[in-house]
Design a protein around this ligand. Structure first.
Ligand SMILES: [Zn+2]
Length: 469
């Protein structure tokens, strides 16, 4: 891997005009809202393949690299034109897009659509047999010389090229969109809370995406959001695009080196087959502490069963869809840069990465922490965003937020229909709640932010939703 590849990509993102000098401590603010009473708006769906090549590292490369293919992975999204500068929303079948890698995707799509990067939301579905793309972390690992590559930068660049081509072709084929509809349905026997609490108030076990322990699977679901939500766009009575939102880690099993969009992607593809004229897009909600482990023993047989349960949720939400004429559209943003937890010290982490006696995972994974620390030092904020159309809000949050954030957001403004997509910029890894920090557990052990993140994210969401509650 060539070091110059990384430098070139990073230099492109450093020139972004929306970068501003922020204090090195936690920051949230600079809220912007851009409302338009619309006469004519256009929707331009796009999609392109992002299946990694053979040998590509998966999930940061501490599980088996790609050895074969079960089904292709895609980036799917849409451009909205006619409500100020174009707005781009996209969902990608990858584990994560972090820091400069996320900025590079947003910048490429913004340039292709003729807009600014703060009007582009890129979210991932978070499958694990997939790239976990962070340019700085990959560079840190590559500089060690001996560690396996985390990210194939040539492949990453090809995906950026595909994004540019796909978006620039789509905007010439936009269709006038006249109506929107919203629907929701409960999904049965997929999501459950991963964190199993002990009597001492600490996490005693994790149910994970698959769980072989019947005693853990017998425990209640715990806090989840059982609803799959759908927002659909129409040209008259013709459905052009449908966005589906559900909060759960999307893996039935992984680590076998076979690329797949896994059960959530398979549900999306089945629905796409039912309705070829409508672009179906799947977003993962705040699934940081949510997995399928209660209902999934991790056997091969469970993947189609879980896919069918998500598909049934999509079909059932469809029954609810009632078209309403689009009257107003707004794009709301708020910058977000939570403080780093004082546990994380760059020099100490780098010493561990350089320590040849450490395991591969102990030398690779901390590169993501260092990357976030370095990004934070450059004061490059994450952009929280929300697309409002009539009384529907489609909110875009970063990283692995706990489910409580989307439940809380729904409470803030219950009059509105709120669909939440998390897993945007993955830089901070997990975003637990304040209450979860003293409970510890895996998610807290790999959260780069201090517990003040709860307050900062909650007030950012409040600004996006224009509420003081
Ligand atoms: Zn995760």
């Amino acid at each position: 891997m060539d070091r110059r590849d990384f430098v070139g990509l990073a230099a492109g993102s450093a020139a972004l005009s929306w970068m501003a000098p922020y204090a090195a401590f936690g920051f949230q603010g600079n809220a912007k809202s851009d409302e338009h009473k619309v006469s004519e708006i256009y929707l331009a769906p796009f999609r392109f393949d992002v299946t990694p090549p053979l040998g590509h590292g998966c999930c940061g490369n501490w599980i088996k690299p790609i050895e074969g293919y079960d089904d292709p992975m895609e980036a799917i999204g849409f451009v909205i034109m006619g409500a100020g500068k174009p707005i781009v929303v996209c969902s990608v079948d990858w584990t994560g897009l972090l820091n400069e890698a996320h900025v590079a995707w947003r910048t490429a799509m913004a340039e292709a659509a003729g807009t600014t990067a703060d009007r582009v939301a890129v979210q991932v579905v978070h499958q694990h047999n997939a790239p976990f793309a962070c340019l700085e972390a990959a560079k840190i690992v590559a500089d060690q010389g001996v560690l396996p590559s985390m990210l194939n930068v040539d492949f990453f660049r090809r995906c950026l090229d595909a994004a540019r081509i796909s978006v620039s072709q789509a905007i010439h084929q936009g269709e006038r969109v006249t109506h929107i509809a919203k629907g929701q349905a409960k999904v049965l026997e997929v999501a459950a809370n991963r964190r199993i609490m002990g009597d001492n108030g600490k996490v005693r076990a994790s149910r994970g995406s698959a769980c072989a322990d019947p005693s853990l699977r017998a425990l209640p679901e715990g806090v989840i959001d059982p609803y799959l939500k759908t927002v659909a766009f129409y040209a008259g009575d013709r459905k052009l695009a449908a966005c589906h939102y559900y909060a759960c880690h999307p893996m039935s099993y992984y680590g076998d080196g076979r690329a797949s969009s896994d059960f959530c992607g398979l549900a999306r593809k089945r629905r796409q087959g039912d309705e070829p004229g409508c672009t179906h897009i799947y977003f993962n909600g705040c699934g940081g502490n949510i997995g399928a482990g209660k209902y999934n023993d991790g056997t091969r047989a469970m993947r189609p069963i879980l896919a069918k349960r998500i598909y049934d949720g999509i079909v059932n939400a469809d029954v609810d869809l009632k078209r309403e004429a689009i009257e107003k559209v707004s794009w709301n943003t708020c910058d977000f840069l939570p403080p780093i937890d004082p546990r994380w010290d760059e020099a100490k982490i780098m010493a561990q990465i350089e320590d040849k006696s450490q395991s591969l995972v102990n030398r690779s994974r901390p590169a993501y922490t260092v990357s976030w620390i370095r990004r934070h030092a450059k004061s490059i904020p994450i952009v929280l965003s929300c697309l409002d159309i009539n009384d529907v809000s489609m909110m875009h949050l970063p990283a692995e937020c706990f489910i409580e954030y989307q439940l809380r957001a729904q409470q803030m403004n219950p009059e509105r229909f709120l669909a939440t997509a998390a897993y945007g910029d993955g830089g901070p890894w997990y975003i637990p709640t304040l209450q979860a920090y003293p409970e510890v557990g895996y998610e807290v052990s790999v959260a780069w932010s201090a517990s003040e993140v709860d307050d900062i994210l909650t007030s950012g969401i409040r600004q996006l939703l224009h509420t003081t509650v």
